[in-house]
Each structure stands twice: as C-alpha cells, then as structure tokens.
Design a protein around this ligand. Sequence first.
Ligand code: PHB
Length: 400
Amino acid sequence: MRRITPRRLAPACLAVATVFAMAGAFAQTAQPAPAAPGGKIKVGFMLPYTGTYAALGTAIENGFRMYVQQQGGKLGGREIEYFKVDDESDPAKAPENATKLVKRDQVDVVVGTVHSGVQMGIVKVAKENNTLLIIPNAGVDEATGPLCGPNIFRTSFSNWQPGYAMGQVLAERGLKKVVTLTWKYAAGEQSVKGFKEAFEAKGGKVVKELSLPFPNVEFQALITEVASLKPDAVFVFFAGGGAVKFVKDWAAAGLKDKIPLYGSGFLTDGTLEAQGNAAQGLETTLHYADGLSNARDKNFRLDYAKTFKLQPDVYAVQGYDAAQLLAAGATAVKGDMTRKADLYKAMGSAKIDSPRGAFTLSKAHNPVQDFYLRKVDGRENKVSSVAVKALADPARGCRL
Ligand code: PHB
C-alpha cells in the first residue's frame, strides 16, 4: 500500500475541489437567480387547486391577479412573475411544497394558503428563510399568535374572529344551549373556541362539541346526533365542497326549519349556486358580505364578474387584498424587495382599501376589521348588520 503523503494528497484535493466548484457553478446556472432589482418580482402561489378547497384557491389567485392587472401588471415599478404549487390541502406535503417555492424558484413572496394545517408548514419555512409570506385565507391562530413574525402577514382573518362574532350574536339573541359541529383540525377547532369564548362569556353554554376528520363528508350520523340533543341552535365550521354537502344534507334530514343552523360565513360563501334552496335564510358572520354599499366593492365586483365571468366571494377579496398589501410594501421600497426591514414596516402600517371596507393590520399583522351578520337570500349573503365593529384578534402569545 502506498502511504498517503501530503504531497500526494494535494493534487487529489485540488481535483475534488475543482469538481465541487464546477458543480456549484452548474447549480447556480441551473437555478433561477434571486430577483435582481429591476427584474420581475417573483410571486409564489401555494394554494389548493384540487380537492374540497380547489375553488377557494382559484378565487384567491383570480383576485390577486386582477389587482396586479389593474396596476398595469406592475407593483413598485416592477413586473410580476408567477410560480404555482398545488398544496392539495395536505399538511404532510406542506414543508416540501413551500421549500420548492422558496429554494428552487427563489420567490420574493409566498402567497398561501387556504388550509390551516398546511399553513403551519409554510409559516415554518418562511420563518427559517426570512421569506415574505402573505396568508390570503388560512385562519390558523398561531400564524398571528405565538408564531407571528416580522415577515408573516395575513389579509384574511384568524380562526378565532368569525367564531367570536357569531358567539356574541347568538348570546345577544338569548340562546342558551348550542351544539357545535366541524372538521377536526385547527380551522374548525379554533373557530369553535372563538365562538365558545364569546357565547359563554354572555351566559350561553356549548353543550357538546362534535367533529369528523377533514375532509370527510359523511355527515349523517352526526346530524342524527345533533337532532337527538335538541339544542337551541347548532354552530358549524365547514367550507368549500364540504360546506355545499353539509348544508344540503342538513336540509335533506328535515332539520332546516327545526334547529337553527349558524356558522362562520365560509359555510355559504362561494357555495350558494351549488347549495340552492337548502341554504336559503341561513345566517352567518364574516368579514365580507353581499350588498356592502361602498364604491370600492362595487367596482371590484363589476371588474371581477367581467374578467372571470363569475361572482366574487370572500376568497377573491382576500386574494385581491393580498396583492394590495404587497403593493404597499413594493411601492415603499421602490421595487427593491431586498430592503426587507423597510418592506415589512410599510406593509405593517398599510391601510388597505378593501372591498370589505378599509382595514389596518394589528401588531401581529392580522386584519382589524368589521364582522358582518349576513343572511342568505337567493344567490347572495346579504348584509344585515355589523355584528362586531373593528374586531382585533387577541394575538395571544405574539411578541413583535
Ligand atoms: C382554514 O383551514 O383555515 C380555512 C379553510 C377554509 C375556509 C376558512 C378557513 O373557508
């Protein structure tokens, strides 16, 4: 055996180092470079394009793109380039999917997502990489609670908010005994928690909390159980395709005129066409409604209907506002997305002229906004009143 002397080792090391250097150079040319000032701003949509939340993801993307189009295709003086990942509302795939956008595509901002469980994975990746994240739907309380961060923003709601608003409404109506029913994951559980907090503070009682795994739609046994409990009312969280099925099953079981059904507004938003008669008269609470008489909303709805041949819903509004929030930041830094401190500061103090009504962000970067009481009439969630004005999520555990 030949002894390895330093002199023999040196050329070998050089060869290995050369190979690594070449590999590095290749990796750099093979990967897209980070957005250069003057180049396009890279926006990464991580949204559900399949499954029970597919329509929600599309509405968010539509709303976002529409705002950018209205600005002539540019924010902060720079054109926008889009990247897309279908997150399938699958929390297990979330870290890998988010990493694709952040590391492979090197986006300047991730816009996502809908599902609270998937959101946890995105938040983790965004925090690790100090990547700007705008959440255009998922309400997971942690994102603007214990996991809040300077780079994490939300243009939708916290799960606590719409539930809390409905808890207050039902308590004020003098209802005493309520059963809750939802999918067993953060969105449903936290929305029930918000409901319970407000409802029980004013003398109501949640007598039973029922649930089934997401995205199951075998509601029959649970509907029978609710009926047997004879509550004053039932409060639910369902959304998308699952909400369509639940509202129809509830009516088909003959309970529509027997036990009052209430929910956060996702139960009837973007779903009325498919729910038809089964949804008529349902009351819900949400940060958007049909029939808000502000000019911003009127123009937004006209443009949306013209562009997409569809009526907008809350998801489209949240996507539109995600683009508005990004615009506020991009304008402040004149398109230089590497000026992160200035970017975040401008976004945090932005006032968003939303179709829902103007809103600002809390210190934890969650909208402080009015919650409307709405009632289904035909194909509309008609606004009845403001249930809670300027409701701020308590942001428990957020230190910013
Ligand atoms: C969520 O998972 O946070 C979620 C999903 C759909 C909604 C609302 C919240 O409509």
